[in-house]
Structure formats: C-alpha cells, structure tokens
Design a binder for this molecule. Structure first.
Ligand code: F6R
Length: 261
C-alpha cells in the first residue's frame, strides 16, 4: 500500500488524474471504477479540465459505479446513477451507456446483483478503481461486519452513514434510503489498481485503521492491505493519526517524477 500525503485537495486531484490519464494513454478502452460522494470530486473536476483541453479522452473507456441506493426514483437527483452523470460522465466524452451502476430499482435484487458482477467481468474487470472511505471504514457501502469475501449484494446502511449522507438530502436523515446495492469487498479487490482518496480530520480514524490497523471486517477498508496495488491519497488532516506519516512523506519525496502512483 502506497500512502501519499499531499498539500490539499487540488494536488490530490492532479496526482489521481495523472494516473487515470496515463492509464488511458496506455489503454484507451480501460475500465474505470467510479465512486460517488464528495471525496473524488476534485479528481473528476481535474479530469474534466484535461478532457476539455484535449489532454485525455474517455471516448473508448467504460465505467462502473460502486453502489446505488435502493428505491430512489429514476429521476431522483441523489440516485448515484444521476450523481455520477452530473459530476463527471456528462462533462467528458464517454460514449452513451459506457458507464453503468447497480440497479437500485430492480424487482429481483439477487438477479440484478449477479448481472452487475457479470457485466464487470465481461468488460474485463476494473483497471483503476477510485474509492472514498466512510467515517466507519466502509468502502463502497460495505459497512462494518461485511464479509471480506462479499460480492455485489443488498446492504443495510448504518445509522452513521445515513447521518453522514443526510447533507445530500437537505439534512434530513430520514430521507436517506436505508438500503443500497453495493459491490462487495471481493469485487473491489479484483480491480487492478485501487486509488483511495480521503480528506479532512473526520476521516483520520478510518484512515488510521485502513493503513496501520489489523485487517478486520469491523473496518472493512482494511481488506485493501491484502491488495497488491493500492494508492492512498490523503491531505494532512486525514493523515494526522498515522504513526508512520514521516516515513510515507519521505518515501514519496524520494520517488522519481516519472514513476507516478
Ligand atoms: C460512494 C461510496 C462511499 C463513499 C464514502 C465516503 O459511492 O461508495 O463509500 O466513498 O461514503 O463518502 P464521501 O466521499 O462523501 O465522504
């Protein structure tokens, strides 16, 4: 696991966008894993700027989102399919239908989850997965106690996650859906490169467990310690509980520019 502590969100966005850009040069038809929520917004904004400037193109790329609320209507602004379209997909040059997500309105939930796993598999798997992390250590919506071997399925959101996400629903925690469909931890572990972003002191405890804690279903993100290629991009506030922060900074400073993440 490579831990990179950067000055601010802008720098995090640039470093992550460099990795996405380099991947798309090597492999224009790459498969991207796209998180929603606040954490990756600076990456998407930076990629939009570069796409508009002609420096990167998504015209042959495909994308898969991580999760979806159950039961939000097709036109609900907080439905993750609509969120990712608004914050990223519609602002760059993806082909129509190139980005898909789990179907939160499916009547047959197990079949919809199996179909989503199958779609990722048929696309050749995710080349680069962008992730955020919840304050309770979830990745996608794999809440504490999730099986480390889990696949796409329905999950109940914790009260903490619903409180955290109430800001997207006018501050009303009861308006936040209680259930979601989410890629499992084993699904995410199959991505070839995972880039996890965390900013702000409210993420420091989860980041501490992710990077330096024991692997445990109680802090689901810790499963990433078993992944061969994970990059964790942090600001100072999110990194402030890391025991080896000095070592991570020194290691990144000594890295040759050409190497990237
Ligand atoms: C979103 C997702 C979640 C978020 C996490 C952090 O698709 O899968 O795991 O990444 O809840 O959310 P933010 O970034 O809003 O703090």
């Amino acid at each position: 696991m490579e831990v990179v502590i950067l000055a601010d969100a802008k720098e995090i966005g640039a470093v992550a966008a460099d990795a996405v850009g380099a991947l798309l040069v090597r492999q224009p038809d790459a498969v991207l894993g796209l998180a929603t929520g606040s954490s990756p917004l600076m990456i998407y904004d930076e990629l939009v700027l570069r796409c508009v400037a002609g420096l990167v193109s998504f015209s042959r790329a495909r994308g898969f989102t991580l999760d979806e609320y159950v039961g939000l209507s097709a036109d609900h602004p907080e439905r993750y399919h609509n969120v990712i379209d608004r914050v990223f997909v519609s602002r760059v040059d993806f082909a129509p239908g190139a980005v898909q997500g789990p179907d939160g309105l499916a009547s047959d939930v197990p079949a919809a989850c199996a179909a989503y796993e199958d779609a990722i598999h048929r696309a050749g798997g995710v080349d680069l997965q962008i992730l955020g992390i919840g304050t309770d250590g979830h990745i996608a919506f794999n809440e504490p106690g999730s099986s480390l071997a889990s696949r796409t399925r329905i999950k109940t959101l914790t009260r903490q996650t619903r409180i955290d996400n109430a800001r997207f629903f006018g501050g009303d925690v009861d308006a936040v859906p209680t259930h979601c469909l989410t890629q499992g931890l084993a699904t995410i572990m199959e991505a070839r490169h995972v880039v996890l972003v965390a900013t702000g002191s409210h993420k420091a405890e989860a980041v501490h467990h992710l990077v330096e804690g024991p692997v445990s279903a109680m802090w689901p993100a810790t499963v990433l310690q078993h992944h061969p290629h994970v990059t964790v991009l942090l600001d100072d506030a999110a990194a402030h509980r890391l025991q080896l922060a000095g070592y991570y900074r020194e290691t990144y400073r000594a890295k040759p520019d050409w190497q990237g993440i």
